[in-house]
Design a protein around this ligand. Structure first.
Ligand code: VG1
Ligand code: CO
Length: 554
């Protein structure tokens, strides 16, 4: 038996896992004991010693997957997490080569290798580098983000922690695939891409896509110097035959080249400009820091994530692995109701959950939904338990190839059948935390009086604070955003972000439905003017935040 080293510590304030794990500045994580306290709190809650799920003859005991998006400080935390896993009774750690695993690939590895869970080191779309962000998230045995019952227990543990466990061992060579031991534990360094690329090949009709590529179908994929580069090169260029150079910014960098790896029209503006210009290929796509988000732009046609979910759901049975088995759709509450119209037409249920992928896990496990999505550029299915950027791109490719249709044609055909949900999100970033809390408190207080009030052409029909009861395990999540619904069916939603690391971010979600007989090809900003004005008036955004305009419009 290797000696276990016990290190005394004291709790840190504010280690609550947010929408998607604990996210802080690198400087915060670099404090002695900071990452260790959080990781030990996870292990104390999930108790790997008593887990006996793994049935491998040679490895009784739990396996832990560790991977990350390759950002600055990942390697330091991964080496420490490996030593701590050895001291905490794990039999095996499976880690991606170079410490790399995209979030969906990590989810797949957890499932495929029968691990009891995984640590994912990522701050997703937030910038990276010594002065920027880092994150740690725990995923459970189904491959999905820990549910609130687990994250709540982790938070409680961080408040009373007084020691963490490690072993006296050197850093391992993270860059060479193979097996080494740390203490009594086996560490397996795996190719981060292979398992994931194989899974994608099982799900989609690669032959149909290859045929389209052979007939001249072209795309550009911007990996934003983040984790999906190696995955996209292997799948798009090597396996599907897209021309070399289709994937740009394909080498993961610790600081993402100084950019925000956030696939939206602001941070992927070059891609947008290309797709709106004369030399646009057929499809433009991008993914975020940890590979779970996606951006879809056709030649001359941007597809909002909410529309993308609806369009993919309406066509998903074209892909071989989904034929005849679309059981239901789930979307987060602020995501537009475009998917609901598809569900209604297909006679399947549509679930409305709080923001964050963790709320889809029970529905996916129960087989109640096949596809899920969020307005924040996340789409995924029951193939893993995370949203999956490349998966969405491949499903789009499969559909476009099989239907021999352009993105623009597909969008127009979709709206002509279902009508169109005009949609935008306005973000006010790094707002003073107290000012943001004040705005939400005032809104909450005003809810009861809102119905019947008029804002320009809009009359409030209903206003509430969104609460969710999970239909599978009956767990309740309250205060998940303020909804104001107008009599004409349009709405505004207000929420504070749970992923930021600086002050507060206020998100204002705006939506308006146009029926089949209405204006299906109008400018989004113009169509949403009444809702934007109403949101200002209802929440007093300028008064509370001192801001006259949002920082980011997506
Ligand atoms: C944001 C998005 C949410 C998403 C979350 C994690 O959360 O709104 O839809 O699930 O990020 O995505 P928030 O609390 O900041 O609104 V990722 O790609 O950071 O793992
Ligand atoms: Co992400």
């Amino acid at each position: 038996m290797t000696d276990i080293v016990t290190v005394p510590t004291t709790p840190f304030e504010g280690q609550a896992p947010g929408t998607s794990g604990l996210r802080k500045k690198v400087r915060v994580f670099q404090q002695a004991n900071y990452a260790e306290n959080f990781i030990q709190s996870v292990f104390d809650v999930v108790k790997p010693q008593s887990d006996s799920r793994s049935s491998n003859a040679e490895s009784h005991g739990a396996a832990l997957v560790i991977g990350g998006d390759g950002r600055f400080h990942n390697r330091t935390v991964i080496q420490q997490a490996i030593r701590m896993a050895a001291a905490n009774g794990y039999a095996r750690v499976i880690v991606g080569q170079g410490g790399i695993l995209s979030t969906p690939a990590a989810s797949n590895v957890i499932r495929k290798y029968g691990a009891s869970g995984g640590l994912i080191l990522s701050a997703s779309h937030n910038p990276g580098g010594p002065e920027e962000d880092l994150g740690i998230k725990y995923n459970i045995a189904n491959g999905g983000p820990a549910p609130e019952s687990v994250t709540g227990a982790i938070l409680a543990r961080t408040k009373e922690i007084d020691l963490w466990l490690t072993v006296d061992a050197d850093d391992i060579d993270l860059d060479t695939p193979g097996e080494v031991t740390v203490g009594d534990m086996i560490v397996q360094v795996i190719d981060p891409v292979a398992d994931y690329a194989d899974l994608m090949e099982d799900l989609f009709d690669f032959d149909a896509i290859r045929k389209a590529v052979g007939s001249g179908f072209a795309m550009r994929f911007d990996a934003m110097s983040a984790v999906t580069g190696p995955y996209a090169v292997e799948i798009l260029e090597n396996r599907l035959g897209f021309a070399a150079g289709t994937v740009i910014n394909g080498t993961p960098l610790e600081d993402f080249g100084g950019h925000h790896p956030d696939p939206n029209l602001i941070h992927a503006k070059d891609l947008y400009d290309l797709m709106m210009g004369p030399d646009a290929p057929d499809l433009g796509a991008a993914s975020d820091g940890d590979g779970d988000r996606n951006l879809i732009i056709g030649r001359g046609r941007f597809v909002t994530p909410s529309d993308s979910l609806a369009m993919l759901a309406a066509n998903i049975e074209i892909a071989p692995a989904y034929r005849g088995r679309l059981s239901g759709i789930a979307r987060s509450m602020p995501t537009s109701a475009a998917a609901d119209r598809v569900a209604e037409a297909l006679g399947i249920p549509c679930f409305e959950t709080p923001t964050g992928w963790k709320f889809f896990g029970t529905l996916l496990d129960a087989g109640m939904v096949t596809i899920c999505g969020e307005e924040s550029a996340g789409t995924g299915s029951d193939h893993v338990r995370e949203k999956d950027g490349l998966w969405a791109v491949l499903l789009w490719l499969n559909i476009l190839a099989a239907r021999d249709i352009s993105v623009d044609q597909l969008a127009r055909t979709h709206w002509a059948r279902f009508g169109r949900n005009y949609y935008a999100r306005h973000d006010y970033e790094a707002v003073d935390s107290q000012a943001a809390a004040g705005l939400m408190a005032e809104l909450n207080g005003a809810l009861a009086a809102l119905p019947g009030q008029q804002f320009g052409p809009l009359t409030v029909a209903h206003a509430d604070s969104f609460a969710y009861t999970d239909p599978v395990d009956q767990s309740v999540s309250e205060n998940q955003g303020i909804r104001v619904l107008f009599e004409d069916g349009s709405r505004v939603v207000f929420r504070l972000s749970g992923t930021g690391t600086q002050g507060a971010t206020l998100r204002v979600y705006l939506e308006r439905y146009e029926p089949v007989s209405g204006q299906l090809d109008a400018d989004t900003g113009t169509m949403l003017e009444p809702q934007i004005a109403a949101a200002q008036a209802i929440a007093g955004i300028a008064r509370h935040t001192g801001r006259s305009a949002p920082d980011v419009v997506t």
